[in-house]
Structures are given as C-alpha cells and as structure tokens.
Design a binder for this molecule. Structure first.
Ligand code: ACO
Length: 317
C-alpha cells in the first residue's frame, strides 16, 4: 500500500499503477503521486551528490598518477563523474527540485550521498580498486535503474552506465596488472582490496529487511531489484575474478553455496551507519571541499545571471 496525499484519489493511483504495470515510462509532465515524486527527488539528488562528491577521493591522485597514460585516464574519469552529476541534477529538476535546494541540502548535511566516498584513498592502488569495485557495484545498481519507470532517470542511467563500464574496466586492468607485478605491487593491490571490499558491499544499501524505501520503490517500478539481490550479483561477478587475479578476499566466511551463489560473512552495519551519519570517515572534509568549491564558484554564477539578465533586456528592446 503506497502513501496517498490528501488531494489524490484512489482512481488516480489506480490509473498510475496500471501505467507502471504496463511498463510505460512516466514523463515529467505526467500526473504522478506526490510520494512517487518525493522518493525520486530524494534518490536522484542523492545519486547526483554521490557522483560529485565521488570526484574527491580520486581527484586527489591526479597530480600523483604514476604515468602520463594513467593520469590522462584518471582526468577523463573524474570529468565523467562531474558530467554524471549534471545529468542527474537535471533529471531531478524535471521533478520540480531546484539546483539551489539540492545543493543547500548537500552542503547543510541534510541530504545523504554514498557512504563509499567517506573512505580515504591511501595509495595509488586505491584508485584502481575504486574503479574495479566501486564502479563495479555502481554499474550493477545502475543497470537495474536504467529500466526504472521514470523516463529521464532511466535515460540518464543508460548513458552513465556506458561510461561507468570504461571506469570499471580501467580499474580492473590496473589491479590485475599490479596483482601480477612485483611483491610490493601485489601487496599494494591486496591492501587496497582489504580496505575497499566491505565498504563496496555496504554501498549497495542495508539488507532488505532493514531497507524502509525498497517496498514503495519496487511497487512503482523504480527499483527492479532489492539491495540484497544487487549485492549478490556484485559478489557473484567479482569474487571469482578477484580470486583469479591472485588476491585474497578479506572475508573468512565467504563461500559458494550449492546454487553457485557466493555467500558473504556478516557485514558491519554499525560502521555503515556511522559513516553515513558522518561520525566516522571523511564526511566533514568532503563537505568542506564542496563548500569551498561552491564559494569559489560564486562569481561564475553571478556572471551567468548578469549575462542572462542582459540577454533578456536586449530581447525585450
Ligand atoms: N550511503 C548512504 N546512504 C545510504 C546508502 C549508502 N551507500 N545506502 C542506503 N542509504 C540510505 C538511504 O538513502 C536511506 O536513507 P533516506 O531514506 O534518508 O534517504 C536509508 O539508507 C535506508 O536505505 P534504503 O531504504 O535501502 O534506501 P533506498 O531504497 O533508496 O536504497 C540505494 C539505497 C540502493 C543506494 C538507492 O537509493 C539507489 O539505488 N540510489 C541511486 C544510486 C546511487 O545513489 N548510487 C550511489 C553511488 S553512485 C557512484 O558510485 C558514483
């Protein structure tokens, strides 16, 4: 049973649900329940914030990339993430959210962004491991969202996923190379896996039993798979590949069951919530960097507004 706003009728909801059941895309001007709109704004804006904050842990390494080729790839990747943020902010704007409201929510700490970006990048291998694991997890989730019922979000996801696929491949290529390299390189790759494995599993969200939003999102065709289903797909693809690369997954309980699924040990959800709430990890530093970028960009916003006002004035003349 989904929430109904006092101004909405059961007939409106029934007609809307029938559209979802027929697999139709909902477009910006279409009637939609207020709660559908609210859920999408929450999710898409948090996703946009994640893309933009996600530039920070990797961006730190642009000046320290070991070769020109790696530096060029990393610059392109970080730039792609900024583009993903743009598509997603635009998708949320089609639902009536303004850029100013969304940025205020991020900078005031009201809106969430992905827990994964509150973890530090200690070595260059972390950059590769982010590509392989974090982008790998993001793709699993976002391939599912490419089929979601809201047209602008689903179309943004198609484009984002194709770019993320390159990010994933470059990370995997880098780590596989280090895992077969010198003892120091192998150790660096292993240490990075030890740091990123559990956070990558956590970033796909709490277990289904502890996920308050999944029911409504699944009912409306926004989430086509649950958090645990996406996590299982992620582990099934990545566990054998990491082992094949000669790395050790830091989970003594990890095993394959009779159906072929890789089963993980207990996840430390206390750590997850502490990181989400900013009690652990780099939340303060990440928001500080975003606030600084926002303040530094004030003159650009002012110049654009002045330019737009002049254009309008000329058009009126
Ligand atoms: N980091 C921070 N908060 C999280 C995370 C996470 N990794 N996972 C779940 N949460 C939050 C949810 O936002 C929700 O809080 P809210 O109601 O205050 O917004 C709460 O935990 C409970 O979780 P769920 O009910 O499971 O939330 P939901 O159904 O929205 O599922 C998920 C979470 C899977 C992240 C979903 O929102 C989603 O698919 N979002 C779009 C994709 C996205 O944002 N990806 C981020 C990474 S993108 C990248 O790597 C560049």
């Amino acid at each position: 049973m989904t929430q109904m706003h006092p101004t909405e009728t059961a007939e409106q909801h029934a007609a809307f649900n029938a559209r979802i059941a027929r697999g139709e895309k909902i477009e910006p001007g279409d009637w939609m329940p207020a709660e559908y709109r609210r859920q999408l704004i929450r999710m898409i804006s948090q996703h946009a914030h994640s893309e933009v904050v996600g530039m920070l842990p990797e961006g730190e390494w642009i000046t320290r990339a070991p070769t020109l080729k790696r530096k060029t790839i990393l610059i392109a990747k970080v730039q792609d993430e900024a583009g993903h943020g743009q598509y997603l902010y635009h998708a949320a704007e089609t639902l009536g959210a303004t850029r100013g409201e969304m940025l205020d929510a991020l900078l005031s700490g009201k809106a969430k962004y992905s827990s994964i970006f509150n973890y530090p990048t200690h070595t260059w291998a972390d950059v590769g491991m982010i590509g392989w694991l974090v982008d790998g997890a993001a793709i699993k989730n976002q391939t599912m969202l490419a089929g979601c019922s809201y047209g602008p979000y689903s179309r943004a996801m198609v484009r984002i996923c194709s770019e993320e696929t390159f990010h994933h491949k470059q990370g995997k290529e880098m780590i596989v190379q280090y895992a077969q390299g010198t003892p120091e390189q192998r150790q660096m790759a292993q240490d990075a896996l030890n740091r990123w494995w559990w956070p990558a599993l956590m970033m796909l969200g709490p277990h289904d039993a502890d996920s308050p939003n999944t029911g409504a999102l699944a009912g409306w065709g926004i989430k086509l798979k649950t958090n645990d289903e996406v996590r299982q797909e992620f582990i099934n693809e990545h566990a054998p590949e990491l082992l094949e690369a000669g790395l050790t997954i830091p989970d003594p309980d990890l095993h394959q069951d009779e159906s072929g699924n890789w089963i993980h040990g207990p996840i430390n959800w206390d750590e997850f919530w502490a990181v989400v709430k900013g009690q652990q990890g780099l939340n303060k530093e990440r928001l500080g960097a975003r606030q600084q970028a926002h303040d530094d960009g004030a003159w650009v916003r002012e110049a654009m507004q002045a330019y737009a006002a002049r254009q309008m004035g000329q058009a009126a003349d």
